[in-house]
Design a protein around this ligand. Sequence first.
Ligand code: SF4
Length: 236
Amino acid sequence: MTQFDLENLQREFETKTAWELLHWTVNTFGEKIAFANSFGVEDVVLMDVIAKVNWEIKIFTLDTGRLPQETYEVWEQLKGKYKMKIIPYFPDTSSVEKMLNEYGPNLFYKSIELRKLCCQIRKVEPLERALNGLEAWICGLRREQAITRSEIKKIEVDKMHKGILKICPLADWSERQIWDYIKENHIPYNTLHDKNYPSIGCAPCTRAIEPGEDIRAGRWWWELPENKECGLHGRK
Ligand code: SF4
């Protein structure tokens, strides 16, 4: 795809709905797409949309081995409600063993480098395996979520992953829209959201936020906002 084609598509879909973008994605890439579901509020919305329209899309999740119990509970609930397969990708066992031997189980608090090493082994490498052979992937990023996400497009070339397309159907949705959709459609969601956890990742790297704090303030709270990405959504 040329830069010209990409920009035309970005312009065209900026004003279109999530349903229209997903429809185009399914028609264009067929089986060569997957939806990365990390059980956040955006992901449960996308799960519902995909299930209702009955699109056959590979759905996967990255089970880092350090997720909160509440995340496993919503995983079970979604599996029960929608009867759709959610394929888990787990970190490479020997890499985790080596990392824990060298740096201990709580290495992420010791330095940004070690935190990124943990994310690399538990998230980034499994994601690369999950995306292997695909032409596009769908995820629930929104511009409002973080300073690092404020300029995302609904369609991007993902240079971190062999130049396949990254599709963000909810990029322009507000938090209110997400919650309205969840409530109106009775979708299961992670109960940690009711305890002031607007953004949820691994248990040791996520805390509740205080009133007035940024919605990503509880993720890797000991780091500066500009460092707060795990390597799944970086830009080269
Ligand atoms: Fe490791 Fe924390 Fe990254 Fe999870 S979020 S992979 S526990 S550093």
